[in-house]
Ligand binder design. Structure first.
Ligand SMILES: Nc1nc2c(c(=O)[nH]1)N(C=O)[C@@H](CNc1ccc(C(=O)N[C@@H](CCC(=O)O)C(=O)O)cc1)CN2
Ligand SMILES: Nc1nc2c(ncn2[C@@H]2O[C@H](COP(=O)(O)OP(=O)(O)OP(=O)(O)O)[C@@H](O)[C@H]2O)c(=O)[nH]1
Ligand SMILES: [Mg+2]
Length: 460
């Protein structure tokens, strides 16, 4: 079946130096040929692939030059999608790119869906599914470390590991099937021992990949971290210190913050989504009340809580209430306003929040902030393991597939141990193979593909 020729603007809409319109599919060259007039007066066919040419985009209906651009063509299969492709590099901004896209559409292309270029790269076999998924992770990476992990995935590191395991599983399946089909022949015997060994080894390899998944999820999605505490303890000041900018309004009036404020910070490569909330207290003010409710909701969903108290005062009833609510959470206790001297009873706080660490800071003077960042890092790394070496799985979809594969392999193991016919074991091993194939895209259903690429941006 002949695929449509698709087109989209691949750069963000806004004022910028350059804007890129991409076209992919069989009609790409014909469409570009009608619009593009090279300065050097050579024909479209004479232009070398993967070489930039300067020229004009000309509107053949309205008869005027739309923009001066650079154009480059890619001949299939040597392109991003592995189809014929054209890129038009125009001036940035809203108007030129949009006008050129419209011209391209008028001449026979249709607007690309989100992720459709990358989907084609996958369907045409240039990259596998986990590599395709890495593309959007690269675009959305919030720290250098997250970027590095995504680029490793784009380079095929995950697929390589998964494919090794799949091949190993396939080799036992083949062995079992050969023994069933040709029991008389001179082929290696599929002894229960050999099969068990293979299964155990592959379960081990999958478990190893799983170990790093926690770190992976954190690198990809960040840790949602809520700053919580009574009014006026310095929550917004802490947010500002961490961000190194005056993001939130700070005043000496309790109840200043009402809305939830969310920003990202980078703590040694870990993206931390930091959320400032309204001070928790009983209040009659209807606006503040909503703020307090929102704060409590955020605490509920938080992966890390920074509980701020005013260390220059005594613990109050509100503090006790908040502690009661957050004691089960991953949590750091922040003693703020330490510049005013410490009056708070540290023992009492620790009694109410056993096992949690205290960090002493002055948000006003930016003191202790570096230490706090260290503590956040340590807390996370202690729980999820190092973010440094090894292959890091980041996608929830991959983790689920690995879990299901492990379950199938465990089933297979039981059948062998119970001396059931080998073909039964082979069925479970094949099931594991198929689950892993969902990661690479070797065995994946259309709806999963749609769900993956729907989340991409247009033009990617
Ligand atoms: N202008 C521009 N910049 C871009 C992209 C692009 O498509 N256009 N990319 C994407 O969005 C990224 C680069 N990724 C790419 C990956 C593969 C191929 C490609 O043509 N691959 C062929 C040929 C490889 C070769 O040179 O031998 C292939 O793999 O067969 C192109 C871009 C980032 N920057
Ligand atoms: N001395 C001293 N004052 C501080 C410190 N941190 C914050 N403050 C002051 O405490 C007051 C309240 O600070 P905010 O950051 O607005 O407190 P908050 O917890 O966000 O308050 P709400 O939004 O009302 O809940 C302001 O006057 C700050 O300047 C600190 O470390 N030392
Ligand atoms: Mg505040």
């Amino acid at each position: 079946m002949k695929e449509d020729t698709i087109a989209a603007i691949s750069t963000p809409m806004g004022e910028g130096g350059i804007g890129i319109i991409r076209i992919s599919g069989e009609e790409s060259f014909n469409i570009a040929k009608k619009l593009f007039y090279p300065k050097s007066k050579i024909s479209f066919e004479e232009m070398k692939p993967r070489t930039m040419y300067l020229g004009n985009i000309y509107d053949d209906l309205e008869k005027y030059v739309v923009d001066e651009v650079l154009m480059v063509k890619f001949k299939a299969p040597n392109s991003y999608t592995a189809e014929d492709m054209v890129e038009i590099h125009s001036h940035g901004g809203f108007t030129a790119v949009r006008k050129i896209l419209n011209l391209v559409l008028r001449n026979g292309a249709r607007l690309a869906q989100p992720g459709e270029f990358t989907k084609r790269a996958f369907i045409n076999g240039r990259i596998d599914l986990s590599q395709a998924e890495a593309v959007i992770d690269i675009i959305r990476a919030k720290t250098d470390k997250a970027l590095k992990v995504a680029v490793d995935q784009l380079k095929g590191k995950i697929s390589e590991k998964i494919k090794e395991i799949m091949d190993s599983l396939l080799s036992v399946i083949a062995l079992v099937e050969a023994n069933i089909d040709f029991p008389e022949e001179e082929i290696p015997e599929a002894s229960p021992d050999i099969i068990l060994k293979n299964i155990s080894y592959n379960i081990e390899r999958l478990n190893y990949l799983k170990e790093k998944a926690g770190a992976g999820k954190i690198l990809r999605e960040g840790i949602s971290t809520v700053i919580v505490g009574k009014p006026n303890v310095g929550k917004s000041s802490l947010l500002n210190s961490l961000l190194m900018e005056k993001r939130a309004i700070v005043t000496e009036i309790p109840g200043t913050t009402r809305d939830v404020i969310e920003e990202y910070i980078n703590v040694k490569g870990i993206p931390i989504k930091i959320i400032d909330t309204a001070g928790i207290r009983d209040t009659k003010d209807p606006v503040e009340k909503i703020g307090v409710e929102r704060a409590m909701e955020k605490v509920e969903g938080a992966e890390l809580v920074l509980f701020v108290v005013d260390a220059s005062g005594e613990l109050e009833e509100e503090d006790y209430k908040i502690m009661e609510n957050i004691k089960e959470k991953r949590l750091l206790i922040i003693f703020n306003k330490i510049d005013l001297g410490q009056k708070i009873d540290e023992k009492k706080v620790k009694e109410h929040l056993p096992g949690k660490r205290v960090v002493k800071i002055s948000a006003l003077r930016d003191e202790g902030i570096e230490l706090l960042r260290e503590e956040i890092y340590e807390l996370i790394v202690n729980e999820v393991g190092s973010l440094e070496e090894g292959i890091i799985i980041t996608a929830q979809r991959h983790i689920e597939a690995i879990n299901k594969a492990i379950e199938s392999l465990k089933e297979a193991k039981i059948t062998v141990e119970n001396n059931l016919p080998m073909e039964i074991s082979a069925i479970y091993i094949r099931e594991a193979w198929e689950y892993l194939g969902e990661i690479t895209g070797d065995s994946v259903k259309e709806d999963i593909l749609d769900a993956i690429f729907e989340n991409f941006c247009i033009g990617k």
